[in-house]
Design a binder for this molecule. Sequence first.
Ligand code: SF4
Length: 413
Amino acid sequence: MSDKSSGIKAIRSTALMRDLMAAHFRELDEASRTRDRKIAWCTSVGPAELLRSFGFLVYFPENHGAVLGSSRAAADLIPLANARGYSPDICSYLTSDIGSYLAGRTPLQKAFGIAGVPRPDLLVYNTNQCRDVQDWLAFYQREWGVPLAGIDTQRGLGDLTRDHLDGLVAQHKALIPVLEAVSGRRFDLDRLKEVVASSYRCTQLWKRVLQLAAHRPSPLTFFDGTIHMGPAVVLRGTPEAERYYQALIAELEERVAAGTAAVEGERHRFYWEGMPVWGKLRDHAEHFAGLGACVVASTYCNSWIFEPLGAADPFEGMARSYTELFIVRSEEYKERYLQRMIDLYAIDGIVYHDAKTCPNNSNCRYGLQRRLAERTGVPYVTINGDLNDLRLYSEEQTRTQFEALVEQLPGSR
Ligand code: SF4
């Protein structure tokens, strides 16, 4: 199927992914209503494998934040959280999600015919990405009186030292008594190894999906990636996620073999650094396609590749995976990482998204973008916006910036 008017080729497997996500939310909804299975909420790069090994169904509030952003429900909901004292300057996933809870409505109800967001038995965070996730789950702890546990990760890291790693492994192990008490099950190391192994296979498949974009023309865009990363985020550690990526890879490999482009007539290849603007994904995809540009890669989609999950010790695998993330690392590490991405994907230009309410995922505030451009000669632009709060986003300024990036490329004038 090809959308001739937009110049973007639609991905067939999207229908399969929607079914998978529907099944995920319906399973959670049923457990929430019948209380026949325990539900844990987990931050997106939290210890999901450990939770699954205890039989918890796992729900990811940031995924809900993205749903609220992409459905453009966030604008009406954020002020409700602001009225409860949550600043408009903090994470707009957090304020959208708390607003959704306060309003008693979510797009999940209409999309999947479910009662709403599932009620947790346990809340688990990792501060590897930001402090906001801890405060976010603490809100629900106060509302519902359920246990809150987590892992505190130091940020701005260069190399990970043995001492640091040992501390993180110990924090993962310290969760076990809490999980045993809430789940009513004993810890099972063999089960954990199975879940971690499945999560590792999922991560390898997801990496393969993203690396197919190194082909010219690319068979997928960053905007496709933001949608198709769903199973890697919410279903990693399950066979369903693995099966889904096998199907997606087969489809994308067909495209590569046939020389089929995601963006018709791909001329320029861009990199997206920072959060997506969820409410503008389609607009951005179409605007770039109209400029003959394919955004082929991003830090965001690559952040769900967890190579260390392949380690022999599952605790060390989890501790490394959730600490050796781009967002946790030093500026020097980030520069080296972006340099590798420029080379791997043959990048012509970079879009930095300075997301007002997520400084943690905005890597253009301490000169990185200038240093990288000076070293590589790859041009860049910065857009000011936000992941969910479209009041902080200017359509006109963004379009001008996208066009300015194309104009900086050799031979564009
Ligand atoms: S990393 Fe950014 S978007 Fe994600 S939860 Fe933290 S503040 Fe929100």
